[in-house]
Design a protein around this ligand. Structure first.
Ligand code: SF4
Ligand code: SF4
Length: 123
């Protein structure tokens, strides 16, 4: 895992999990062991979607999510229907605007720290 991916995953676990219906009073996730959270399972793809999409509206991000992530997800059927999404039990779908905001903020922080000039004492 790259440092950026690691940092973003950590941030999303801090921000999204406590808001999620699957978060327990013991601060654990109640998803069954054979169902990995779609946010963290698909994080590299989601990062790429956010990196390549530039819009004030969420729709272009969500459209690409459907094409790139949902179409490959085992829960979506051949008609583009997902029972997990319909029962509001996919955290990636339910919190997608917040996920995008957090990733964009993290990208801005990384960009700002990379473009800050480093002043060194003269030798
Ligand atoms: S479903 Fe995902 S977002 Fe929700 S608590 Fe579990 S790991 Fe966190
Ligand atoms: S909305 Fe459904 S198809 Fe899309 S990632 Fe979530 S579970 Fe998978």
């Amino acid at each position: 895992m790259t440092p950026t991916l690691e940092r973003i995953e950590e941030r999303l676990r801090e921000v999204i999990c406590p808001r999620c219906a699957r978060y327990t009073s013991k601060k654990t996730c109640s998803l069954p062991p054979d169902r990995k959270c779609a946010i963290f399972r698909s994080l590299p793809d989601v990062l790429e979607i956010v990196r390549r999409t530039h819009s004030w509206r969420i729709d272009p991000y969500a459209d690409t999510l459907r094409l790139r992530v949902c179409a490959e997800c085992p829960h979506e059927d051949d008609h583009g229907t997902c029972p997990i999404r319909e029962s509001l039990d996919c955290a990636l779908d339910a919190y997608f605007p917040l996920v995008v905001d957090e990733i964009e903020s993290e990208f801005r922080r990384i960009h700002a720290s990379e473009s800050t000039p480093v002043y060194r004492d003269p030798l």
